[in-house]
Design a protein around this ligand. Sequence first.
Ligand code: SF4
Ligand code: SF4
Length: 165
Amino acid sequence: MTRKILIDIIKLRTAMIEDSKMVLPEAYFYPSINNNGLKTIRELAAFRFTCRKCEDAPCINVCPADALEKDENGVVVRYTNLCVSCKSCVTICPFGTMMTDFFKHHRNKDLLYDLNDEKEMEEFIMACPEGTATFTYEDESPDKNIYSLNEKVLIKDCLYITEKQ
Ligand code: SF4
Ligand code: SF4
């Protein structure tokens, strides 16, 4: 059985609201879907699960750098080589999908964990706000709002179902 990380995005959002100055650890995992440049797990999860997938997406329309587009599944993708971190998309999104720290180009190496590495998985969990990231041997279970992001990462979030899904 594969040991996985379960990231509870619902708890994470609450923790960030309670402490707006919180510095969150970041994690990446390759190979992964939509991976152009260095993408954090939270950004991939937000676009895939939290995003309402607006038909005429305001975030894409407002982006001055043409850095956002939808992939073949309707999931918004941010091209890190084009993004200028203006955060216009964060401001205009009516659903608060994105967290402003997705757009930091400067990354603190001490807060960045590679989830392909078992030891770094453990360190990532220790660095996350309490209860927001845990180890699990479970699989995806939509009845508990738990979805698979990749083979090692499960995301807990309130999935917004669109007609395309
Ligand atoms: S505006 Fe927000 S909810 Fe709509 S597609 Fe963009 S990120 Fe998703
Ligand atoms: S933060 Fe990046 S992706 Fe968002 S609107 Fe600005 S340039 Fe576009």
